[in-house]
Design a binder for this molecule. Structure first.
Ligand code: UDP
Ligand code: MG
Length: 317
């Protein structure tokens, strides 16, 4: 076995960080090669996710100056998850192990050493887990942690405080390739692959340049996407709620009949209004959830490609 390491980095409008990121990653990879832990033909692969700035040009220049850098250009912007998947699926036949990470290097690259060590000791999937979020703003921290809790309570089991910084062996990637779903939520799917896994802790830093490409709105839709593409628990909850409302309505029926025969019927306008609104709200909510899943079925039946690759700049050793 050769222990060829490939780093996969999705990039969306990252012209400000790429020069620095590429230099730091190259240094890291070279040091690992020197220590003999990874093969000399290891690679750093940037996936350009339809950036509107000079990102792809920079990646091309990097590849021309040094073959350690590879580039994948997507035909248009498909979002972080699809870009990452495109990268993983493209390199899986070239690499023995792949580490995915963000372009802004908020995830400490020194954790790579430990990930590789775990791989060498026979682990297939190594999750990078943030030991603290001291550098994140309060808002980002609260929303991000709320996000994990919401996901888990809704049946989408993910590793707490693990984003997409992880090492996967080739056979784990082959396992991932078997998941044919279009609405792919990597963080939830990867634990389903199985195989020996472990965790590496690291401190999450600040973005050293540029701004976040994950504003609150995107994060929220990411959470909804994650929950509805991984589990059907929301439907269960709705069913349970419907059952509960039905029980309450039986109670109400008995209660109003008793009141009627006692001759104490007062036309309760308030009760009526309240129940009309409550039931109306429940129906709307249920329709919304059901609609969400129907939307998913619709998209899955179309079996659209998850990404289309325009170009793959790469040189095998
Ligand atoms: N990204 C991407 N496509 C997008 C949005 C983001 O490939 O549509 C990449 C981005 O370039 C970065 C990673 O996803 O490498 C994470 O984005 P960011 O650092 O902005 O998110 P945050 O750390 O703020 O959650
Ligand atoms: Mg970031």
């Amino acid at each position: 076995m050769d222990n060829r390491l490939y780093l996969v980095i999705p990039c969306y409008n990252e012209e400000e960080v790429l020069p620095e990121t590429s230099a730091r990653l190259k240094e890291k990879v070279l040091s690992l090669i020197k220590k003999g832990k990874i093969a000399p033909d290891s690679r750093i692969v940037f996936v350009n996710d339809g950036s509107r700035d000079r990102t792809w040009e920079i990646i091309r220049e990097l590849h021309e100056t040094d073959v350690i850098f590879s580039g994948i250009n997507l035909s248009r912007n498909r979002g972080h998850q699809n870009a990452l998947l495109a990268g993983l699926m493209t390199v899986k036949d070239h690499a023995d192990m792949v580490i995915s990470m963000d372009a802004d290097l908020q995830d400490d690259i020194n954790a790579i050493d430990e990930m590789v060590d775990k791989y060498l000791s026979g682990i297939d999937i190594v999750y990078g887990v943030r030991s603290s979020r001291a550098k994140d703003t309060f808002f980002k921290k609260a929303t991000a942690e709320g996000f994990y809790k919401l996901m888990n309570s809704m049946g989408a089991n993910t590793v707490f405080n693990h984003a997409d910084y992880r090492l996967m062996s080739r056979r784990a990637l082959e396992g991932l390739a078997e998941f044919g779903e279009v609405n792919l939520f990597l963080r939830g799917i990867v634990p389903m692959i199985g195989y020996p896994w472990d965790v590496v802790y690291y401190e999450r830093g600040e973005r050293f340049a540029g701004e976040s490409k994950y504003p609150f709105g995107k994060m929220l839709s990411f959470a909804i996407e994650g929950i509805t593409s991984l589990s059907t628990r929301p439907i269960r909850l709705i069913t349970g709620l419907g059952f509960f409302v039905f029980l309450v309505s039986i109670g109400m029926l008995i209660y109003s009949l008793v009141r009627h025969f006692m001759g104490a019927t007062i036309v309760g306008w308030t009760t009526l209004m309240v129940s009309v609104w409550a039931i109306g709200g429940l129906i709307l909510l249920s329709l919304g959830v059901v609609g969400e899943y129907i939307g998913k079925i619709y998209l899955e039946t179309k079996a659209r490609p998850r990404f289309i690759i325009d170009q793959f700049l790469h040189e095998d050793a």
